[in-house]
Structure formats: structure tokens, C-alpha cells
Design a protein around this ligand. Structure first.
Ligand code: DGY
Length: 328
């Protein structure tokens, strides 16, 4: 056995070809904390590296993994990781930006369209045997094309959504981000088509407000009653970022008492969504089980990037996609 062989703990599913890449170079234990907690706990003390997703890695878990040097997350979002703790302990965190942008943008656009055109509700009408006459006014949807899209967050995924809206659907796009993006240099196809806009103006003018915000100390609960109250009467809200950015009670109030006509949600404050959440059954909510990046091709690409990151980190190289844990 090579003296450089390290102990890798795989805590989320990996496709067989990507698992094999790890096994070719290192000692690998596969143990998922939710389904095999004992094996996961037993492997933690000797683990030099973790790879997986969708499990909180907090200070207490890190205390039980004193040899940990690197975590490779099969996700772009890093809200499951105690970033200051990782920084303090010198643990490298890798993630998977870039490979999922177009897929998440597809999901968000599908959700936006399904919500405004009532796709799920009308499919269920047929499934339930209730298509007994032509659909009337009570079941009409609302147009998407040429309506105004307001994007909260304008990173790579936000820009992929903006391209679909502006170039495919003729929609004026407003975006709110910490600073304006130099579109002429970074995304010339959107120059003049997506406009950096102060939040109050974006909320007042947008027919569709799409949130693509990460969960961070500055965004948690940002979409609150005050924000929903400023949205245009009859508008739609879509969340493809993180559920923690939304005050769900305020969202329900905006659906039931105005100004929102509907909401499409791929993410929730608590996931999986609790059975007793009113968002599960609300007639004007289209809920999805956090599937933004969940296509066969993209989940494979994310796993491949996460494995590459991990192998590079364990070889002492700079990983392809390392997250700056000091950025918060
Ligand atoms: C991500 O990669 O962060 C997506 O939300 C899937 O978890």
C-alpha cells in the first residue's frame, strides 16, 4: 500500500465510475449518516477526507473527525458547512460551481412556466377524470412571454435564467445584485437586456420575481413580509436558491392576502418539506423536491468534479473548485 493512501469517507451517493476513481488511489468507506449512522460515526475519527452532500457538517461533527483535511461537497451551495470552523481548523472545502448552471436554469424556468400556466393543476384535472368540458376562464393561466422578470442574485445561474427569459421569451430582465455586472465584457448577449435595478423598483415592476440567493448571514430571512408587500399585485414568486432566504409565513400571507398570484418553490426552509407545511398543499404553490440540478448528466458531472477536487486536494494540488471559507 502506498504511504500516500488516505482514508476517504463517502457520505452521499456517487456513481460507480466516480467511486472507482477514489478507490483506485485511496482507502474508501461508504457510509451515509442518515441510513448507516453507526458506520459513518465509526469512520469519522480516521477520515482524512469527506465527499458527499446534503448533510450538515458542524463543529461537533468536526470534533469527531480530528484527522480531516478536506471536504469535497457534491453541490455548489455550501450552507451545510460551518465555514468559520473549517477556516479555523485549516480544512479545505471544495464544491461544484459551473457544471450545473444551465440545468438549474432549466428547472427554474420550468417551475416559472408551470406555476403561471398552472401545468400541474391542469394535468391533475385530467388524471382525476375532471376534464369533462373545455377549460374556462376559471382555469386560465397567465402569460410568461414579454412579461418582466426580476432576478434576485445574478451569478452564473441567474445569468443563464436571464438568457432564457430575454433571448427566448422577449422578457425585459431586471436584476438585483451587490454590484452591477459588466455585461458587455462578461455576457454581451445580455447587454442592454438585463438591467441592474434597486430592490424596491425591481419588486414593484416585476411580473415574476425569481430568487437565486445562497443562504448566508446576509440573505437568511431576507424575503420577509416587507419585501413581499412591495411585489407587484398579481405577480409570481419563484425560489431556486435556498429556502432559508424566505420567511415562509410571510410568503403564505402574500399568497393568501396579496400581492402574490402564485409561487414555484424548489427549496424550503426545512427539507424534506414537513408533512404539515401549508406550502405542501397550497393550491397556488407549485412545490418541487429540490431538484434544480437533478438530471442524470448534471449530477454525474457534479460527482466527477467533486472527485477531481478531492483527488487534487489529497495530492497536495490546488483543487479545480475550492471554496474560500473566509468569504462566509
Ligand atoms: C447545489 O448544488 O447547491 C444545489 O442546490 C443542489 O443541492
Amino acid at each position: 500500500m502506498s504511504i500516500d493512501r488516505k482514508n476517504i469517507l463517502v457520505f452521499g451517493p456517487l456513481p460507480p465510475d466516480q467511486l472507482a476513481r477514489l478507490q483506485a488511489a485511496h482507502a474508501v468507506t461508504v457510509a451515509f449518516p442518515k441510513t448507516d449512522a453507526a458506520a459513518f460515526e465509526a469512520a469519522l475519527p480516521s477520515a482524512h477526507a469527506l465527499i458527499g452532500a446534503s448533510h450538515p457538517v458542524d463543529a461537533a461533527l468536526l470534533d469527531r473527525a480530528p484527522n480531516l483535511r478536506v471536504i469535497s461537497s457534491v453541490s455548489v451551495g455550501v450552507d451545510n458547512y460551518a465555514l468559520p470552523e473549517l477556516q479555523r481548523r485549516g480544512i479545505v472545502l471544495c464544491h461544484t460551481p459551473g457544471v450545473l448552471d444551465e440545468t438549474v436554469a432549466d428547472t427554474v424556468f420550468a417551475l416559472l412556466m408551470a406555476t403561471s400556466r398552472r401545468v400541474v393543476e391542469l394535468a391533475n384535472l385530467i388524471r382525476d377524470g375532471r376534464w369533462t368540458r373545455s377549460v374556462g376562464e376559471d382555469l386560465f393561466g397567465w402569460d410568461v412571454h414579454h412579461k418582466t422578470l426580476g432576478l434576485l442574485g445574478f451569478g452564473r445561474i441567474g445569468q443563464a435564467i436571464a438568457r432564457r427569459a430575454a433571448l427566448g421569451f422577449g422578457m425585459p430582465v431586471l436584476y438585483h445584485a451587490r454590484r452591477p455586472v459588466d455585461l458587455a465584457a462578461q455576457a454581451p448577449e445580455l447587454a442592454g437586456k438585463a438591467v441592474h435595478t434597486p430592490l424596491p423598483a425591481l419588486l414593484a415592476q416585476s411580473d415574476f420575481v425569481v430568487a437565486m440567493l445562497p443562504a448566508s448571514p446576509s440573505t437568511r430571512g431576507m424575503l420577509n413580509a416587507e419585501v413581499f408587500a412591495q411585489m407587484k399585485p398579481g405577480s409570481f414568486f419563484v425560489n431556486g436558491g435556498r429556502g432559508a432566504t424566505v420567511d415562509e409565513a410571510a410568503l403564505l400571507h402574500a399568497l393568501d392576502h396579496g400581492p402574490l398570484r402564485g409561487a414555484g418553490l424548489d427549496v424550503f426552509a426545512t427539507e424534506p418539506l414537513p408533512q404539515d407545511s401549508p406550502l405542501r398543499t397550497h393550491p397556488r404553490v407549485t412545490p418541487l423536491p429540490h431538484i434544480g440540478s437533478a438530471t442524470a448528466e448534471t449530477r454525474h458531472a457534479m460527482a466527477a468534479l467533486a472527485v477531481t477536487n478531492l483527488l487534487q486536494a489529497l495530492a497536495g494540488e490546488r483543487p479545480a473548485a475550492v471554496y474560500d471559507t473566509s468569504a462566509g
